[in-house]
Design a binder for this molecule. Structure first.
Ligand SMILES: O=C(O)C1=C[C@@H](OP(=O)(O)O)[C@@H](O)[C@H](O)C1
Ligand SMILES: C=C(OP(=O)(O)O)C(=O)O
Length: 421
């Protein structure tokens, strides 16, 4: 059973953006509740390497921005290392496209397999010179920035990383740019850049960006990460007699898909004390054990609102009455692991019944988890999802490795231990 309350750690997406946008703005600012996860620290290291003064003091970060074109070239032999982070590399390429120097980006084995053409193609159209393995699809990727044109681009995939990268490059363009989304993805970039003085207008799925001379730093408070809260929420929903209050959860409309799904599945979840801080909705969430969960279908518009939560939703679905069907989610195949395969194979391995689909999965409800040793593929979301499955398994669910959890949720096991009664 999970019981108690806790303050949620900072949002990963917003923490990355806070470092990047502060680094290319003028002035000094403070970022509070910054996520000290490995992914966000990779972003810090990249911008330090490009001459930005970034000081870390507990969960607070102080950034002295260099201005829009003020990043500095470093010795040729050095690379920018993004580690495991898709957000870091894709967003950073948008910024590098506007700088007057050449940079090579590297990362770990997982990022080495993730597709970058979705970003490098449109950035090349804007005038950046980009090369890399497999026609600039795979790292190491070299970006030579400079004078960019504008772009009118219809995104072929729904991705906040692609959208954000192009918004950033558009700040350096020669005229107004338009970016058209297929589906509404997380909008932290639009919110934060506007507060820094960017000229951005959003009309449904169209984003209009006018280039600016400079951005100006503002203090940022990072709300808690709903994608991290999701593991504890599901833990509480499925373990008997649980009741957990999660404080300080980011509740941006583009991120709350997990709450919508839990409600549809008849889960006992309640949002209390909602407010707005730095343009982002924040609130407390009360979750209680829910013995009468029902299966559901998740598809289309809902997918971008919960893309990172699908592995843990799949665990939740094993406790529901009836099947849960997840469709339109082929993006899962190109995350830190192929999350369709890693979820389905591991669920079946511990006694659940899951079927792999081309663009998602079906999870049979009310199955009894038996436990077993699962493969995380060094994917943090897989590791945490199956550590929650462990709470309801007859025998232990053993992870082959759990170090990857530090990528997005440092202190995760300590918290789980504190809440476990
Ligand atoms: O913009 C972001 O911060 C993110 C966007 C999503 O990726 P895509 O843009 O590839 O969908 C998400 O999976 C990732 O964890 C963070
Ligand atoms: C996919 C993820 O992150 P990124 O794309 O930044 O590596 C994630 O955190 O689940």
């Amino acid at each position: 059973m999970l019981k108690g309350s806790f303050e949620l750690i900072g949002d990963k997406s917003i923490s990355h953006r806070a470092i990047m946008f502060s680094s290319i703005s003028k002035g000094k600012n403070k970022i509070s509740n910054f996520l000290m996860g490995q992914d966000c620290l990779s972003t810090v290291n990249c911008f330090r390497k490009m001459g930005v003064d970034i000081e870390i003091n507990n969960n607070e970060v102080y950034v002295s921005g260099n201005g829009l074109k003020g990043l500095k070239s470093f010795e040729d032999k050095l690379f920018l290392d993004v580690g495991n982070s898709g957000t870091a590399i894709r967003l950073m390429m948008g910024i590098l496209a506007g700088q007057d120097f050449k940079t090579t980006i590297i990362g770990d084995e997982s990022i080495g397999k993730r597709p970058m053409k979705r970003v490098t193609d449109p950035l090349k159209k804007m005038g950046a010179i980009i090369s890399g393995r497999d026609d600039a699809n795979l790292i190491p990727i070299t970006v030579e920035g400079g004078n960019l044109t504008h772009i009118d681009y219809h995104m072929p995939v729904s991705s906040a990383q692609v959208k954000s990268s192009l918004i950033l490059a558009s700040l350096y363009g020669d005229n107004t740019s338009f970016i058209h989304e297929k589906m509404r993805s997380r909008n932290h970039t639009e919110i934060m850049l506007k507060s820094f003085g960017a000229d951005i207008e959003v009309n449904n799925l169209e984003i209009k960006i006018n280039p600016v001379e400079e951005l100006f730093n503002k203090d940022i408070y990072v709300p808690g990460d709903i994608s991290s809260a999701a593991f504890i929420m599901v833990g509480a929903l499925i373990s008997e007699n649980s009741e957990v209050l999660i404080k300080n959860v980011g509740l941006n409309d583009t991120r709350v898909g997990i709450i919508e799904v839990i409600k549809k599945m008849n889960g006992n979840i309640e949002i209390i004390d909602e407010e707005e801080i730095c343009g982002e909705k924040v609130g407390n969430i009360l979750v209680k054990y829910s013995p009468h969960l029902i299966g559901t279908t998740i598809d289309k518009e809902l997918i971008p609102k919960l893309i990172d939560e699908i592995p843990i939703i799949a665990v939740l679905a094993t406790r529901a009455e009836g099947d849960t069907i997840i469709k339109d989610a082929s993006e899962l195949k190109i995350k830190e692991s192929n999350r369709i395969k890693s979820v389905v194979n591991n669920l079946n391995l511990i006694g659940a019944k899951a079927i792999e689909l081309e663009d998602g999965m079906i999870i049979k409800g009310k199955t009894h988890l038996q436990g077993g040793k699962i493969q995380t593929f060094n994917d943090h979301r897989i590791a945490m999802s199956f550590s929650i499955a462990n709470l309801i398994s007859n025998n232990k669910v053993i992870l082959d490795s759990d170090k990857c959890i530090d990528i997005s949720f440092p202190g995760y096991f300590n918290l789980l231990k504190k809440l476990s009664k």
